[in-house]
Design a binder for this molecule. Structure first.
Ligand code: UD2
Length: 312
């Protein structure tokens, strides 16, 4: 049994990682500030998990959380492009300063490997689709830049101090427990909530922007593979489905899945919004033996089933 720290473990993606680790019989510690996470996300595994409530932007919290662990899955973040545009300093604290503290703590604690939740936003409006990891990066928002700084710090800690690190670049992850309660929430959670409540969602821009929406179980699989694969330390790996769909198509699909008689309204495009995003997942296939197991339609059906239950 190995000992894992999941930062942001009470959040959406973090709680799915925690559940899978518990299922595998691993020892799990969670650190979470509960700024965007919820204790209820860990309800099914609470008795099997050590929970530290704290903010990794405080060095003492990062040190206490890292002590004695073998692996760190660093998911804690303020994961929102628009929030970073309106609150860049607040987001920098959580996305960059906390990450640096955690890297120092992981190095000092002799952690075997740290895997970081990177983001496809670092690519910006890239010319090459599907996009591989080595294209020139073009962060267009504070969030994208903060995620890029994070992954560059990881790379540096590997080359400078020998701490094994891997960045998994996520592409628009969705699934059960993604919180629809804020204007900063992921679009699938917002669309589903609106449709189930009979409210009109807003599509920002013309709705022809595309995303590689990735069901959370694929991410759990990719992250845990990245945590253990040989020869990937210091690297960056896309974890996604490898397809892309427009928001208009997504909304149409969700509308027919829910049967809701709701039409979307259109509003101004979001500042810093990327037009198209689609991953080349060749590196994850080659280095991790990763392959997406849940495609978009199945992922949407599962998420909808959860949302119906959670909202009732
Ligand atoms: C970015 C990253 C993603 C992840 C995420 C943070 C890209 C391509 N993706 O996602 O990998 O890091 O940040 O969790 O940068 N939208 C609407 N109506 C709404 C809400 C959103 O039309 O009510 C649009 C939005 O303008 C965008 C798309 O939906 O074009 C997706 O927005 P999002 O906030 O779910 O995620 P995004 O792409 O910023």
């Amino acid at each position: 049994m190995a000992h894992y720290l999941v930062t942001g473990g009470a959040g959406f993606i973090g709680s799915h990682l925690v559940e899978e680790l518990v299922r595998r019989g691993e020892r799990v510690r969670v650190v979470d500030s509960l700024v965007t996470g919820y204790r209820r996300n860990l309800a099914a595994v609470a008795s099997r998990v050590e929970f530290i409530e704290g903010d990794l932007a405080q060095a003492a919290v990062a040190a206490a959380a890292s002590a004695g662990v073998d692996y760190i899955l660093h998911q804690a973040a303020i994961p929102s492009v628009p929030r970073s545009v309106t609150e860049p300093v607040f987001c920098h604290e959580a996305n960059v300063n906390a990450t640096l503290n955690l890297l120092v703590a992981a190095r000092d604690a002799g952690v075997r490997r740290l895997v970081f939740a990177g983001s496809s936003s670092v690519y910006g409006n890239v010319a090459v689709l599907p996009t591989h990891e080595d294209v020139p990066l073009d962060p267009l928002t504070p969030y994208a830049l903060q995620k890029l700084i994070g992954e560059q710090y990881l790379r540096l800690f590997t080359s400078l101090y020998g701490l094994e690190t891997v960045t998994t670049r996520y592409f628009n992850v969705f699934g059960p427990r993604q919180d629809p309660s804020s204007a900063y929430s992921g679009v699938i959670s917002l669309f589903i909530r609106s449709l189930l409540d009979g409210r009109t969602p807003t599509i920002f821009g013309d709705g022809e922007q595309t995303r590689d929406f990735t069901y959370v179980a694929n991410v759990v699989d990719g992250v845990l593979k990245a945590c253990h694969a040989p020869g990937v330390a210091g690297g960056v790996i896309n974890v996604a489905t490898g397809g892309r769909v427009s928001l208009n198509t997504l909304f149409g699909t969700l509308r027919s899945l829910t049967g809701a008689d709701v039409v979307a309204t259109y509003g101004p495009a979001r500042r810093g919004d990327i037009r198209d995003s689609q991953a080349n997942i060749g590196r994850a296939r080659a280095l991790l033996g990763y392959s997406p197991t849940v495609e978009l339609p199945e992922g949407l059906a599962r998420t909808l089933a959860w949302a119906r239950q959670a909202g009732s």
